[in-house]
Design a protein around this ligand. Sequence first.
Ligand code: TMP
Ligand code: ASP
Length: 245
Amino acid sequence: MIETDNRIGDKVKKGKKIYEGKAKILYETDNPDLVIQEFKDDATAFDATKRGTIKQKGVINNEISSALFQMLELKGIPTHFVKKLSDREMLAKRLDIVLVEVTMRNIAAGGLSKSLGIEEGTVLKTPVLEYHYKSDPLHDPLINDYHIEMLGLATAKEMKKIKDYSFSVNEILRDFFGKVGLKLVDFKLEFGRFKGKILLGDEISPDTCRLWDKKTNEKLDKDRFRRDLGRIEEAYQEVLKRIKS
Ligand code: TMP
Ligand code: ASP
């Protein structure tokens, strides 16, 4: 596996906890520009009304995310990824997170099927990009560029970058997953600011993507947890196995 930069963070020290989210914990380091993302086995769905754990999820998602961030960097997408530190820890650049979650959809499922009545599995004529306001108390409402400007969440210039990167990431990931027999149905991205630049942040994993087996349409992602389909850990392991193939 290729490390993006082996020198950065070689002797980094883990500091205070900054924030604990649903699936990850963020720690300071002795370098103010760097943080450690620790991946947990905890899983939540439907606004955290459903909770559980998925065995080894943290380890698997760290490995999948690290591999995908490295691959995206090589294809010209700037990300927060610095290096994988351990089974559950990733060293990353400390972002000022943009409170806009980007959802990209290639095939109808989940929220899109529900809101627009499109049958799950319908291939969309063109990829569909959505923005959601990252706000737990407001339940991540769907927003558009005008809401983003009105709320001051990001500048028009920043949103142009975010949109361009999101479409490029879709092309790259669709192609990458396609080659290992997986359909990229949809996924969610988060971005942040770092030294005046927009970088891709957070994670890319079966928690944040819908991935279906190309031949059988078997769901190999968090929908197995959301919909109580069983064999959740096996599905995550299968995605990792294919990525590494
Ligand atoms: P949705 O169909 O529920 O809107 O989900 C679209 C994609 O975004 C799907 O791949 C799962 C991912 N996602 C997250 O990563 N976090 C979330 O909180 C939600 C609702 C979806
Ligand atoms: N993780 C989100 C939550 O807990 C939603 C999801 O991924 O389904 O609400």
